[in-house]
Design a protein around this ligand. Sequence first.
Ligand code: FCB
Length: 491
Amino acid sequence: MSTTTTPATATAAPRTFPTDFLWGTATAAYQIEGAAREGGRGPSIWDTYSHTPGRTQDGDTGDVACDHYHRWAEDVDHLARLGVGAYRLSISWPRVQPGGRGPLNPEGVAFYRRLLDTLRERGIRPFVTLYHWDLPQELEDAGGWANRDTALAFAEYARLMAGELGERVEMWTTLNEPWCSAYLGYGSGVHAPGRTEPEAALAAVHHLNLAHGLAVQAIRSVLPGAQTSITLNLHVIRPADPASEADADAVRKIDALANRAFLSPLLDGEYPQDLLDDTAHVTDWSFVRDGDLAEIRQPLDVLGINYYSTTKVRKFSGEGRPEQADGHKTTDASPWIGVTDVEFLRQPGPYTEMGWNIEPAGLTDLLLDVARRYPDVPLAVTENGAAFADEVTVDTAGRRRVHDERRVRYLRDHVEALGAARDAGADVRGYFAWSLMDNFEWSYGYSKRFGIIHVDYPTGERTWKDSAHWYARLAATGTLPEESEVEPVHA
Ligand code: FCB
């Protein structure tokens, strides 16, 4: 903040982005599509998990979700009116290959072909994620991500998709947040398939990394010029006491599991020695076979980064297990495999409806950190956004409105933080708001609204929130609008 004598009336020039900077929004298949038993789709681990009593809030499932499977054309209209240059969507693996192996389901493939063609016709570049957590149930029944064969099946699915969808796809993203798939799916069990097996969680880490590397090669074997990427939810980890060596070691341990367990094999072709040492009492990592690391390390056209908040840790030296910021104890069912002496502290607010702290500077720090470490890898923020309890009102002209000023501020501050990282040299090429519309927020069901477009679940009606109006201005101009610039521009 400047404390100079600038007169109060002077305004700094608004931040602008180059014309080729990509503005987009993001969604994921299971969170929006619904039609869980239509069009030849097979069951996924999220169908099974969400239908298991006690797993999701209010027993919510993705059976209907936003009904995007039927309303996709209307949703593409919304994207076109938003004026975004790109849309990040995911393919439901069990919709296109119901058993995860074997024949494709032509109806499922046709759905995505139509969607991608329509996006292209409207000038919107599709960023396609092949795996956003909806593993075909049959593959889980055979061991899921703890089983090496799942990585091989994934590569074959990627190869088939490259053949079927080809040039329609602008960017192929193999996996979304393998951290969640491995540690929440197989460690803490708060995501599907809900297993709490520490060794399986680490095997899943490796098999997801392997799946990525094999899939990139499979895609390029069909489409030599394809652009490929992976999206990680890298953690910004701060020590409670910056002067404490013990806290620095707590940061190191969490950084190894959260960040380097993925970045190092993907980009350096190795697993960090400290990660192997820290988890040696859980596994000997013999699931890593000769040659795997060379398969995993593939050139990336973009590294996708999802960012929401920051993490603060402290070394725990008391008796028993530390009480964590969310009120839980670090038990065996922790996502932090093998770590029992690290305490997660509640951060200062403000917070979103998820209870996540809002700290835009964390995004600048993260982008600069990755850019320093991997200067040749272009970056994109593939998710960023906030859940708030939104309310629909009707204005004097009879229009439905959602005044979500906290989300507008969140987005604005984070885009500004991204700009600051670019100023300091980070090669960040795009930004995708999470999410295009309210949707099924995994274990939280429909209780958390992240959309810039509101969804009325009983009717499916979509209503632009102020944040959508604001974002449309940003996408149209490439200039950061003021928080107050939220009046509808469309009649
Ligand atoms: C990310 C997920 C995305 C959504 C947001 C809020 O971890 O990739 O599907 O749930 O969080």
